[in-house]
Design a protein around this ligand. Structure first.
Ligand code: TEU
Ligand code: CA
Length: 550
């Protein structure tokens, strides 16, 4: 298996990236148009979220035909052009394979509903009384995870929206169909794949009620996960391509297997524990300031244990399902720039392949929408109603959606200060937020001190220093709560990475383990060039300061 340790991936949510025909939807031609920008940024791969035929109930994660392009994104020849132009620039394309479920508009599901037994066995249909669902499992988007089909007198499982029916991976014919889809896109010359919620595919043999949780402990990291992944990879011959699996509520032990080169499953994994440190009682819909100590503990465990096992992580702060990083962990005001750079640096210097989500590289912020009607995401709209049913006032519910909505990352890419921030000449499918409007690519392109310039520098540093891509990692625990600190090491070389995650000045004390490591080291990178004050005994970090000593 090849390694992808010195590579950087850029995630594009095409519908919000760049619209070339004024219909308000970003399109594939729009991605092609912006390739020079991405080349200049320095990324190696683009992960495109789904652009296949879909009713778009879940913005394309509800696929009705895996081999055809939804006309609102363009045509197959647009895709081929994008692929050829990307390849000219040395950029590979990664496609998003949503294999846990299909849209209920997929022909397999339609045939199943029409009574075809072969296709009923493609999904998880269960007979039972109309009044009692087979289990009490909760859909990730709210409500029970089963839907009753009158015509068939059967229930089907949908871990996500009711229009996203879970596939039955126990059926070898289903696995064959999915492998054919991979072969189809592989033949088109793509470089790799991202597998959506892949650790949910292996369902348990017996369907039980969950009296302690929402059911996830029964279907997450299921019994046949390793077997299914090995088969998928081997039979499609994608061992040497870049692959990343999205792992929902997983464990380190499982990810060690999924992302270990000897296992020939995946190149790397996304896990989400570090993005739940602001969930009160583990509930996304209860607000809490983020727990810095918990965040650091999670990174320490994942980074050190994956390294020890020679397994590989994808490292990231955000994606199309998450709020914007600066709004969530940093400072939207005075320290906008500093906090944008700090969080970028902390991730890019870790052990793993960094993923940049569109707009992150210029420090885009949450939407700050003022009315629920401005939101489009199915999950946000469902949960708004659930919060109201629970007795929250409209403004309380809106405040929660404001912080947690997946739409925070789905508003149009802010290119310049023309109409709709240069995204579209038409009416965008989702509003361009007023808040943070001045944050654009154009305003940062020629600014050496910009967040954008800092991302370019981080990418360049990775290419020039094997210690970043291949070094070992160790976290320091003997530091103030606000400070994240770790050491990278390769051969005799050692770097110490320090970041102040707060808006206060923090002094790292004299007897700390870190200070002993810093003797004679020079500053390789810093938010405030040459002002990382180190006098041999004591280190003072400014608000959101990020320093690398090496
Ligand atoms: O997301 C999986 C997933 O469970 C979450 O990121 C989810 O959006 C969040 O936890 C809900 O609180 C993947 C895709 O990234 C997402 O866009 C899709 O909606 C989902 O799968 C279904 O395909
Ligand atoms: Ca368009």
């Amino acid at each position: 298996m090849s390694d992808f340790k010195d590579k950087v991936v850029y995630q594009i949510y095409p519908r919000s990236f760049y619209d070339t025909n004024g219909d308000g939807f970003g399109d594939l031609k729009g991605v092609t148009k912006k390739l020079d920008y991405l080349k200049d940024l320095g990324v190696d791969y683009i992960w495109l979220t789904p652009f296949f035929i879909s009713p778009q109930r879940d913005n394309g994660y509800d696929i009705a035909d895996y081999r055809q392009i939804d006309p609102r994104f363009g045509t197959m020849s647009d895709f081929e052009e994008l692929s050829a132009e990307a390849s000219k620039r040395g950029i590979g394309l990664m496609l998003d394979m949503v294999f846990n479920h299909t849209s209920t508009e997929h022909e397999w599901f339609k045939k199943a509903l029409a009574g075809d037994k072969k296709y009923q066995d493609y999904y998880i249909f269960v007979e039972g009384s109309e009044n009692v669902p087979p289990t009490n499992w909760v859909s990730k988007f709210g409500g029970n995870a089963w839907k009753y089909e009158d015509g068939l007198k059967k229930w089907y499982l949908h871990l996500f929206d009711v229009t996203q029916a879970d596939l039955n991976w126990k059926n070898p014919e289903v696995r064959k169909e999915l492998k054919d889809i991979i072969r189809f896109w592989k033949d088109k010359g793509v470089s790799g794949f991202r597998f959506d919620v892949i650790n949910l595919i292996s369902k348990p043999d017996s369907l039980e009620n969950d009296y302690e949780g929402d059911g996830r402990r029964f279907y997450t990291d299921g019994p046949k996960m390793d077997e299914y992944l090995k088969e998928l990879v081997k039979d499609t011959g994608i061992e040497d391509m870049i692959t990343v699996g999205e792992m929902s509520s997983t464990t380190i032990a499982n990810c060690i297997n999924y992302a270990n080169p000897d296992e020939k499953e995946l190149s790397m994994v996304f896990s989400f524990h570090h993005l739940k440190v602001d969930y009160k009682n583990g509930d996304k819909w209860q607000l809490m300031p983020y727990d810095k100590q918990a965040l650091k503990n999670i990174f320490k465990d994942w980074q050190e244990q994956m390294a020890k096992a020679n397994s590989w992580n994808a490292v990231f702060w955000t994606n199309h399902d998450q709020p914007r990083t600066i709004s969530r962990f940093g400072d939207e005001g005075k320290y906008w720039k500093e906090s944008g750079k700090l969080f970028a640096g902390l991730i890019h210097l870790m052990r793993g392949t960094p993923y940049i989500y569109q707009g992150e590289e210029i420090g885009m912020l949450n939407t700050h929408f003022t009315d629920i009607s401005q939101y489009k995401d199915v999950e946000s709209l469902n949960y708004y109603n659930i919060l109201i049913e629970q007795g929250k006032t409209k403004s309380e519910a809106l405040k929660i959606i404001n912080e947690r909505s997946r739409d925070n990352c789905r508003t149009p890419m802010q290119w310049d200060n023309t109409k709709n921030d240069g995204f579209s000449t038409g009416e965008p499918w989702i509003e361009v937020p007023e808040f943070g409007k001045s944050i654009t690519v154009e305003s940062q392109l020629n600014d050496e001190d910009s967040i954008l310039a800092f991302y370019k520098k981080l990418i360049r540093l990775r290419k020039e220093n094997k210690i970043i891509s291949h070094g070992n990692i160790k976290f320091f625990t003997d530091v103030p709560e606000q400070v994240m600190c770790y050491e990278r090491a390769l051969g005799d070389e050692k770097w110490v990475i320090l970041g102040n995650m707060s808006a206060e000045k923090i002094v790292v004390s004299q007897d700390s383990e870190i200070n002993q490591k810093l003797g004679g080291k020079r500053i390789i990178i810093g938010n405030y060039v040459n002002t990382g004050k180190y006098n041999g005994n004591e280190l003072e970090l400014k608000p959101f300061e990020f320093v690398v000593f090496g």
